[in-house]
Design a protein around this ligand. Structure first.
Ligand SMILES: O=C(O)CCC(=O)C(=O)O
Ligand SMILES: [Fe+2]
Length: 222
């Protein structure tokens, strides 16, 4: 199936996003997760890193909207700042995410409706213990996306994302949070954790959601 991604407005235009999106769709339908490298342009990554490092209003994680359900059960010590697309480069990040959403909906009929994301800062020693981003049948987060914003991350720096494929518990996927790497996985299927890092660790975490609105309740609100 040929579906063209509409990304003319992005600095990622030099990279064939249609091929990238096709690879992601293929991975999601066969494995339920996809790890990508070199998908976003260095210019966009640089701008996002600058943004992440300059932010002065990170909030402790776990108190924001949509996170109440995991607040008491799981421990996380990162701090976050929600993205609204007004800061430099974040509009392009949202545009890329939106193009991915459109592509995956056409190709895999996922019915993704909205996207929310935040910068995350894990100071040295911080972690996010094993958790799900959504619970089957309850939450409406369908697909999790994490973009890493750390240059020259080595094996001694820690901070890996560990994904546990449910049915093959030994078969873990370890992702180094290196600049430009993107991890995408089905939110209800994969428990995962962030190991403690020895350095400041920056990322963007995002979630595609389906529309669970009823006449009584608008969910998600946008
Ligand atoms: O930063 C990561 O590698 C994953 C973060 C995460 O699991 C989350 O924010 O829910
Ligand atoms: Fe998570």
């Amino acid at each position: 199936m040929e579906i063209q991604a509409d990304l003319h407005h992005l600095t990622t235009a030099a990279i064939d996003q249609t091929a990238v999106f096709s690879g992601i769709a293929e991975d999601l339908s066969t494995k339920g997760f996809s790890i990508q490298h070199g998908v976003l342009s260095p210019a966009l990554l640089d701008a996002l890193v600058a943004q992440a490092q300059q932010l002065h209003h990170y909030d402790p994680a776990g108190i924001g909207r949509e996170q109440q359900f995991q607040q008491n059960q799981f421990v996380r010590t990162d701090e976050i700042s929600w993205i609204d697309g007004k800061l430099p480069a974040t509009a392009e990040w949202l545009a890329w995410s939106n193009s991915l959403k459109t592509y995956l909906n056409r190709r895999l009929f996922l019915g993704l409706f909205s996207f929310e994301s935040h910068f995350a800062h894990y100071p040295p020693g911080s972690f996010y213990k094993k958790h799900y981003d959504a619970f089957r049948g309850e939450a409406n987060r369908v697909l999790s996306v994490v973009l890493y914003l750390n240059s020259q991350w080595g094996p001694d720096d820690g901070g890996e994302l560990v994904i546990y494929p449910e049915e093959h518990a030994d078969d873990t996927v370890v992702v180094t949070p290196l600049m430009g790497t993107i991890a995408i996985f089905l939110s209800e299927e994969f428990p995962h954790e962030v190991l403690p890092a020895t350095r400041d660790r920056f990322s963007i975490a995002g979630w595609f959601r389906v529309n669970n609105s009823t006449a009584q309740r608008v969910d998600p609100p946008k």
